[in-house]
Design a protein around this ligand. Structure first.
Ligand code: ATP
Ligand code: MG
Length: 421
């Protein structure tokens, strides 16, 4: 599809949650302008292209033709060209002679010329894009080339991660998943990644006999039909891909164990809610990096603050084109416990707080022991509304009010002081 000059400033991460991940393909780009090369390089390091292997070099069409005289062509060859129509067509014919079967050609031009676009398509070019363009336009164009189901919407992936153990990340994750289904009548699959200790089953009063362990045991079989059989249906909207929650085996998973499962789940449901245990393994890091929305749940103490800061730094570094994670402070107001005030927490992290949830042991304890959601135990309690509002934000229905960036930084300087001294 030909795309016109985009407005780069409009391409915030929040406005583009529906870009499919690019599959495991080899891509080689031959650029004429620094600007185009820079956009492709930035796109190549985006999480949505993490599986693709991308090489960018300068030189344009003639360099590409010369190069492939002596080398096999990758899955996708991208060539930028500034030349006029006739010369471009002539160059493309020469490129076609050295292209292996199955290689797709993606042309970046500098003229918005519809007849030329048609002629290129007729000659087997897969895509013609007019420079300048933004990172997300570029990724979307490639993703669409390799998706047989490009018209089917792709589910948004929303993950919850606790800044430390036991801070209520799973409870909040499950309540928000449920709130999405009840508030918006929208199907959700809840994926419990806490293999030995996951609580999605008990929180929803289910006793699953199958779940994610079956997918991990037979990775070759992972597809939508197989995963569908592993789901536990809570009701007609909420399904759970449950953790085994047994200790008869260990789960030393590889970095890429989880991603294919989540990728398959999201092809069949508009929202995938992922409960990530408090671990720092290669697969947990990979999962966090690949999510559309990350919610960090912290309790108001110094260890949570330090850990949240470190996770935020990791996310900022590995997903530079995405919005910052959302922050939920939980168990605020526990009697007799000294606490960092939520606003100080936010200021230290330079991150707005999405929600503050009070410590309510009676309510949460009853819900946990009954296998119920908070809003089922007490439909009038304001915490139910908090979960609905988190649901509206992480599903992209409501935008967070713009908050003034808090100024710096007393608690972090304390941490730094600790680290150095
Ligand atoms: N706001 C709250 N007030 C009181 N108790 C809470 C609150 N939030 C969660 N809890 C309780 O805290 C306990 C731990 O919660 P949960 O299992 O959700 O934490 P987690 O961060 O997922 O822990 P883990 O590190 O084991 O995965 C549960 O018993 C839960 O009911
Ligand atoms: Mg948990």
């Amino acid at each position: 599809m030909m795309r016109e000059t985009p407005d780069d400033t409009a391409q915030t991460a929040e406005a583009t949650p529906d870009i499919r991940p690019v599959p495991r393909i080899a891509v080689q780009a031959f650029c004429e302008s620094r600007e185009v090369a820079a956009v492709i390089e930035a796109a190549a390091s985006d999480r949505r292209m993490a599986k693709a292997h991308v090489k960018v070099q300068m030189g344009g069409m003639n360099v590409a033709i010369e190069f492939y005289h002596g080398a096999p062509t990758p899955n996708l060859v991208i060539v930028e060209s500034r030349v006029e129509r006739e010369e471009l067509l002539e160059q493309l014919d020469r490129l076609a002679e050295v292209c292996d079967h199955g290689t797709k050609v993606f042309v970046i031009g500098h003229v918005n010329d519809v007849p030329l676009f048609r002629e290129l398509m007729r000659r087997g070019v897969s895509e013609y894009v007019v420079a300048p363009f933004g990172i997300f336009d570029f990724i979307r164009s490639i993703a669409d080339l390799y998706s047989s189901t490009a018209t089917v919407p792709l589910g948004r992936t929303i993950g919850f991660f606790g800044a430390k153990g036991g801070c209520g990340a799973s409870t909040i994750c499950h309540n928000v998943a449920w709130a999405i289904t009840t508030s918006y009548d929208q199907p959700v699959v809840l994926v419990d990644l806490d293999m030995p200790f996951g609580t999605a089953g008990i929180d929803f009063n289910q006793d699953p006999s199958v779940g994610i362990a079956d997918a991990l045991a037979t990775p070759d079989r992972i597809d939508d039909v197989f995963i569908d059989r592993l789901l536990t249906r809570f009701d007609d909207r909420l399904s759970i891909l449950a953790a085994p929650a047994t200790l008869d085996r260990t789960f030393d998973l590889g970095e890429m164990a989880i991603e294919p499962i989540v990728d398959v789940v999201r092809t069949s449901v508009p929202a995938v809610v992922v409960d990530i245990p408090h671990l720092w393994t290669s697969w947990a890091k990979r999962t966090l990096r690949q999510l559309d929305e990350v919610v960090i749940v912290a309790v108001p103490d110094l260890a949570s603050l330090r850990n949240t800061k470190n996770v935020c730094d990791f996310l900022k570094q590995t997903r530079p084109n995405d919005a910052a994670p959302r922050l939920v402070i939980n168990m605020v107001g526990m009697p007799k416990r000294p606490e960092i005030k939520p606003e100080d927490f936010a200021r230290a992290l330079e991150l707005p707080i999405l929600s503050v949830i009070p410590f309510e042991p009676g309510l949460f304890g009853t819900a946990a022991n009954n296998g119920q959601m908070i809003a089922e135990v007490d439909p009038k309690h304001p915490i139910g509304e908090t979960f609905r509002s988190i649901a509206s934000i992480v599903t992209g229905r409501a935008e967070v009010r713009r908050q003034k960036k808090p100024s710096t930084l007393s608690f972090l300087s304390r941490l730094r002081g600790k680290a150095t001294g």
